[in-house]
Design a protein around this ligand. Structure first.
Ligand code: FEO
Ligand code: CA
Ligand code: CA
Ligand code: CA
Length: 653
């Protein structure tokens, strides 16, 4: 690898009845049906509720309060050391949609070429690289079925060593165009057939959103001076989204994709960085993607505001391939990990969000207006207006949501916050002033569908905690040199997601019981893991945890003999972690989705074959992994995998 191109990316189960896996969704359907939600425009609301299943379950839990704790019925798998996906006995895992597979656009379905010789134009009609956050939406809009739907899938970043025939050698504009086409989002139509789940091709829904797709600017940053560029003097439209990490559904059936390490594609070679650039990690050369060298939009000396147009949550309507996505700037500009939506009992929409960098914060947004299950069009505007908060965790186990509102909490004009546009564009700086708690890299956030107002967040690790000149351990981040990470949990006051106060505790300190150093032991009940990242509740209330041990560390050093990245299940009531899946060599496990009947789980295998420096040598692309194509592979490929029980039962049971 020539050093100028070094990359650094950073960063069941039953209900009470134990007979024959009753699908909770059926129970809910009956309840909702009784309330007339299945009729008329209510069908739309129904779809919304089921695409935002947390809401459904939360509502059910609140309304009835008798949903039994799910039980895990599978035998755990051991640590994984093989170049394959391993699932428990009685389960299958099949590849559905890998990097380079055609997305299914009518008349434009180029096949993947194993030597990576597909052009940029072909890549635009194929699956991107590095699959990440994902959600399943039953088809058609309004349906609740589990055999036919849409998958919205993030493609976080590229390994340019694999993406081009000879990697980054002979770097040029075409290679940049291909990289820009390999990130963003896929919308694919999928169907359960006699031969298992398949991507439907062609499909009228098939769509790729890339680093060049026109996206509207919504919210307080629309029209703001800091968002204006020569190409967009009114600050109303941005080209593209990228570094799309985690994601989340809304109850009205849209997809929130989240821009994380956007700073890495920009460069300001002058080295004269503004405070704003510094606070968001902008550097003279970026993370080694080299876009700025060929596409001057990413050269901050020429386009100083372009970086302000990234770091947002983007709302996409997967059901309408013509609908223009919108950057929802009211949710703040951070290195967004994910966006987890719930509907509070009072009808307001609440979105929880982590900012994944060492010592960054946890945020939530509360909508001004209320969710109306019968009015999808109105719901589409809910993320336009509301209050952004940031979390402070106090040592006594209580916590506060601090509003980030221009004119409040020290956010005054003389400090650079003359209006709410300033606040959201400079959200990190606003949170600094408000006094938020510096966390150990907030990743995914999950809302417990069985307990109103209970929320979990993975804090993946923070090797800098306690280092000289850095913050030391505190109550919410209790370990210095936190190599294994932890999962924090809070309970909003009175179970109300719009509350400004909460109680918190640490759900689990990840680690390994056999560690030499006490601080690496952790307190996990059950199977050992470290660096928790992906986190999602399934339809029945099982919490699934996916790990992202860096490829510079995986199965090495303190992680030696812990194998490849993995996925585990835990039921909050028992706190026992059980290992469900291990991935191929050099991968991260990230992104998962469930059908409403919880009988199909989609899991993403990100960057199989990734070396410690995060970019492959194109001369030996199969050095670490040839997953999923095996002997015929030219490149390892990120892919969505379908996991099912061989007996057709509920996942996890
Ligand atoms: Fe893209 Fe924080 O993981
Ligand atoms: Ca992640
Ligand atoms: Ca991570
Ligand atoms: Ca990764």
């Amino acid at each position: 690898m020539s050093d100028g191109y070094k990359i650094k990316h950073h960063g069941v189960n039953d209900t009470a009845n134990t007979c024959n896996n009753p699908a909770l969704s059926d129970v809910l359907e009956a309840r909702l049906s009784r309330r007339g939600l299945l009729q008329g425009t209510g069908a739309l609301g129904m779809a919304g509720l089921f695409t935002g299943t947390f809401t459904t379950l939360a509502e059910a839990a609140q309304g009835v309060g008798t949903l039994a704790a799910p039980k895990l019925g599978f035998a755990p798998v051991p640590f994984g050391f093989e170049d394959k996906v391993v699932v428990p006995a009685g389960y299958t895992a099949e590849v559905l949609y890998a990097w380079g597979d055609p997305v299914g656009i009518p008349g434009n379905m180029p096949a993947f070429k194993q030597d990576a010789s597909n052009t940029a134009a072909e890549q635009e009609a194929q699956a991107g690289m590095h699959h990440d956050g994902m959600h399943y939406y039953p088809l058609p809009l309004g349906a609740t079925g589990s055999k036919h739907g849409l998958l919205a899938i993030n493609h976080e970043y590229t390994d340019d060593g694999l993406l081009h025939v000879n990697g980054m050698n002979g770097w040029n504009g075409d290679k940049v165009k291909k990289a820009q086409a390999a990130v963003g989002v896929s919308i694919v139509e999928v169907e359960a057939t006699g031969k298992g789940w398949q991507v439907v091709r062609p499909s009228k829904y098939a769509r790729r959103i890339t680093a060049n797709t026109p996206i509207a600017i919504g919210g307080p940053a629309r029209g703001h001076d800091l968002m204006k560029t020569e190409a967009d003097p009114q600050a109303v439209e941005i080209l593209g989204t990228f570094q799309n990490c985690a994601s989340g559904p809304t109850p009205w059936g849209t997809y929130l994709t989240c821009e994380e390490n956007f700073d890495g594609v920009f460069a300001n070679e002058s080295g004269n960085l503004t405070d704003l650039e510094k606070r968001y990690g902008i550097s003279p050369t970026g993370a080694g993607y080299k876009w700025a060298w060929e596409d001057f939009r990413f050269d901050l000396q020429l386009n100083p505001n372009e970086a302000n147009r990234f770091g947002w949550v983007v709302e996409i309507d997967p059901f309408d391939p013509k609908a223009k996505p919108v950057k929802r700037t009211a949710l703040g500009r951070i290195k967004h990990e994910g966006a987890t939506t719930t509907i509070a009992a009072n009808g307001h929409v609440v979105v929880y969000m982590g900012d994944d960098q060492r010592f960054e914060y946890i945020y939530k947004f509360v909508s001004k207006n209320k969710y109306d299950p019968k009015n999808r069009k109105a719901n589409m505007q809910l993320l336009e207006e509301g209050t952004l908060y940031v979390a402070r965790f106090d040592a006594d186990g209580s916590g506060s949501w601090l509003p980030l509102v221009a004119g409040q909490n020290g956010l005054t004009a003389d400090k650079g916050f003359a209006n709410q546009g300033d606040v959201v564009i400079k959200a990190r700086m606003a949170a600094d002033i408000a006094g938020a708690t510096k966390m150990d890299r907030p990743e995914w956030i999950a809302v417990n569908p069985r307990k109103a107002g209970e929320v979990y967040c993975t804090l993946t690790n923070n090797s800098d905690r306690g280092k000289e000149g850095k913050p030391g351990a505190d109550a919410a981040n209790p370990r210095n040199a936190n190599l294994f990470g932890h999962i924090i949990r809070w309970q909003e006051n009175a179970g109300d997601a719009t509350s400004t106060g909460f109680k918190w505790d640490i759900f689990a300190l990840a680690g390994r019981p056999d560690a030499a150093k006490q601080e690496h032991v952790g307190n996990i009940k059950g199977d050992a893991f470290g660096s928790p990242d992906g986190l999602k509740f399934d339809q029945l209330g099982v919490l699934w945890v996916q790990t992202d041990v860096s490829t510079s560390t995986v199965n090495m050093k303190e992680y030696k003999d812990m194998g490849n990245n993995q996925m585990l299940a835990v039921v909050p009531e028992t706190g026992e972690f059980r290992r469900f899946l291990t991935g191929p060599n050099g991968c991260e496990i990230t992104g998962l989705a469930f059908t409403p009947d919880n009988k199909t789980m989609f899991v993403n295998i990100q960057h199989p074959g990734e070396p410690a420096d995060e970019r492959n040598d194109p001369a030996k692309p199969l050095a670490i992994s040839s997953w999923p194509d095996g002997p015929k592979a030219g490149r390892p490929r990120a892919a969505t995998v379908v996991v099912r029980k061989l007996d057709g039962g509920v996942i996890g049971s």
